[in-house]
Each structure stands twice: as structure tokens, then as C-alpha cells.
Unconditional design. Structure first.
Length: 123
């Protein structure tokens, strides 16, 4: 069972269920703040990304305080995208304690994303 510190819980709750906007300069520090974080690698011109965005926003609200969500624009942040070998978007990567543990490539339905989250939460 994953235990979170009070600071981690407060940090996750301060976003009020909204995804955190990430950048190359903030990525490492942000993902290390949270025991579990889902990062959506996306671009403005990407049609499938526009399908995933409302799902990510909804899950961020539903899992607020348990899972942090972030968004990284791959066009504006190529270093992080390259570091994690993101070659197709949308890509959702799940990080546990700052390390990637699972992911989904492509426009996945909510139930598929949620299934991966539940597995990481032990539900």
C-alpha cells in the first residue's frame, strides 16, 4: 500500500483536480512531488489529443488527492519528450515516485486509462 506524506497530499490537492502544466524545466521536480502521476504528452495540432484531453481532465477531478495529472506539450518541450522516447501522441505515461511504470499510446477510452490507474493504486 502506498503511503503519502501530508505535504504530498496537500500538493496534490492544491491543483483542485486540474492537470498541472509541465515543461522541460519543471518536469523532473513536478513528477518527483507525487507518489503517482499521469502525464499526457500532447500537441495542439493533434486530433486524437483533443479526444483524450477531456478524459484526462475528468480523471484528474475524480482522482484528485490520489493521483496527480500533468500535461506536456511535445512541440514546446522536446527534451522531455525525447528523454521518454515519445514518438506518437497522445501518449500517457504513469509515473510512480518519479519513475515511469506504465503507459498508453494513442487515444484510449476512459475505462482503459482508469484500469491502469486502478492497477497502480492496488484497487
Amino acid at each position: 500500500m502506498m503511503r503519502r506524506t501530508r505535504a504530498q497530499l496537500q500538493s496534490a490537492e492544491k491543483h483542485d483536480g486540474k492537470p498541472i502544466i509541465l515543461s522541460d524545466s519543471t518536469f523532473s521536480s513536478e513528477i518527483s512531488k507525487y507518489p503517482l502521476m499521469v502525464v499526457d504528452f500532447w500537441a495542439t495540432w493533434c486530433g486524437p489529443c483533443r479526444i483524450v484531453t477531456p478524459i484526462v481532465e475528468q480523471l484528474a477531478k475524480e482522482y484528485s488527492g490520489r493521483v496527480a495529472f500533468g500535461k506536456l506539450n511535445v512541440d514546446e518541450n522536446p527534451l522531455t519528450s525525447n528523454e521518454f522516447q515519445v514518438q506518437s501522441i497522445p501518449t500517457l505515461l504513469i509515473f510512480r515516485d518519479g519513475q515511469p511504470v506504465d503507459g498508453i499510446i494513442g487515444a484510449a477510452p476512459k475505462y482503459q486509462i482508469e484500469s491502469k490507474l486502478r492497477a497502480q493504486l492496488g484497487n
